[in-house]
Design a protein around this ligand. Sequence first.
Ligand code: ATP
Length: 309
Amino acid sequence: MTTEPARSAIEVRGLTKRYGRHPVLDNVNLDVQPGEVYALTGPNGAGKTSLIRCLTGLAFPTSGTVRLLGRNVHEDGPRARAYLGAVVEAPAKFYPQFTGTQNLAMHARLARMAPSGPNVTRDRIREVLALLELTRMADVRVRAYSLGQRQRLGVAAAMLADPKVLVLDEPTTGLDPLGIGLIHRIVTSLATSGCAVVLSTHHLREIATYAHTVGILSGGRLVDTVNLRARTAAYRFRVDDPTHAAGLLNGLPFVTRTATRTPYALATLSGETYVPDALARLAGAGVRVYEVSPDVFDLYEYYRERVEA
Ligand SMILES: Nc1ncnc2c1ncn2[C@@H]1O[C@H](COP(=O)(O)OP(=O)(O)OP(=O)(O)O)[C@@H](O)[C@H]1O
């Protein structure tokens, strides 16, 4: 019996978009798995919003395909979007004369009209308003919401129907530090329950703490895809002789990669539990170790190098 390979929640193949003769997306390929947080970043005008609009079916590509949970979003839109939650223009547009609760109720009614559209209850509306810390604003007209509150209401609308794919264009723009932390927690918890999340952002140091993958767009091309999960197992050892130390660490079975960055020897270990073994090897060979710490990947520096290259 042959088993089908597991399908990505979001699958983008050869996506190209031109406005007239001006290319804004050039042969973009990407996959996002269920449970993955994929952050899309890049300079102003790189094509992030254009890509997000294509992902959600709001814009059509010149060529290439986008599949959500296996369905082509441009050919089978309503069914491809049945499990999609999205904020594409941030902050999301709401009726200013209606309250937050009324806007979400209208949103829920529209969702129910879609094929296999979910039935969103009043309790669920209350629940998402509470999650986004908007309970106090629930019966206030949206015209009186601050930018950050409207931004949070947008995320509330996007997650109302328990999406399996969530797409957010710059969800933390205009939010204060607590609001940013709140969005991070919500995105992380949705991903933990299996939702695939794509968000665009300029806040590199923030997303480095919770995104699994970062795609760097520049001039319409996906110039790099950084797997942040693979970066977490690197350690740096400040030692008296980095080259000698790297050589010693390189021979150990639980070390997958070594390098030097004076005064450090860098090593990628199979896990944190091997740090004492690495230290024992260095000490046993007479290397003096002054400090060991995780070699935190500096996404900002990496991004700068990729975008300036
Ligand atoms: N409707 C349109 N017609 C013509 N050109 C467009 C249109 N929409 C976007 N563009 C162009 O496409 C390019 C990419 O724009 P896009 O908004 O996708 O970039 P972005 O990465 O989201 O930028 P930012 O970080 O500033 O939000 C820009 O050069 C922009 O001028």
